[in-house]
Design a protein. Sequence first.
Length: 310
Amino acid sequence: MPDPTAGVVVTYFPDEEFEARLGAVVREVSPVLVVDNSADPAAGDRLAAVCDRCGARLLRHAANLGTAAALNRGFAELARLGCGWAVAFDQDSVPAEGLAGALRACAASDPYRPAAVVGANWTDAARDAPARHLTRHPRFPLAFRRVAAEQDLPAVTTVIMSGSLFALEAWRELKGFDESLFLDLVDADYCLRARQAGWAVRVAAAARLLHARGRKRAVRLAGRTWWPAFMPPARLHLLFRNRVLLLRRHAWREPHWAAFETAYALKILAEVLFLEDQKTAKLGACLRGTGAGIVGRHEAAGAGAPGLPG
């Protein structure tokens, strides 16, 4: 029998294989709400038929309001239905059998420090590589390290949204996800706020998830295979803006996370410069996004914003 844990799937023009992925979600959690940001009547009608066949309920947005707003709407509806836990998914993720049970077991592993979020032990579908999870270095508090989840990780810094279990009690206490961020780093901000409020963030080793991250593809250079993200310029603008906004918000409390995000930003810039196309447009977007974050601009992304994370 499925674990009695609800699910929220955020969609934005899902592809033809989405029905199979949604079926895997419905077999794992129940009830399942699909919150759609496509804002397109024809796409919405097709998605409604998919949800009917799979046994999920569809909630439509009249505009692309972003990941944070979709999660807040879905979680609010589940809370109204009396659910206490919800697993969030994006449209490109596939849970393995037993994911929900493993997440709930990890959440209950320490009754003295309740978990706000328990992340999945996910595998990058493009690279067929298991994820490594961000933690503070045990000997150097200002440094970070990334570790594989060979067993449950009782204290990590952040987890990705997809495949993660959220305690709706914590979601209410934290006043939900920050909708001004729209898309990128919504999950990181939530985890950091949860940690600062005394909640735990964990990873369940047995909770397996296959997850496709954006448009990654292999590029050969200097005898080695690299996997740049190939984000469009509008997405890079949003990512770099949000990173600076969050550094202003959290860096002094979580310096190891700030060090990681700074290193990751430099990695993206290097990939754009040496491995990707549209270099001028992309580097310009990174620069403008950084400037928007420095001045604290929270302009709405709007209905024409780039697609949801994959």
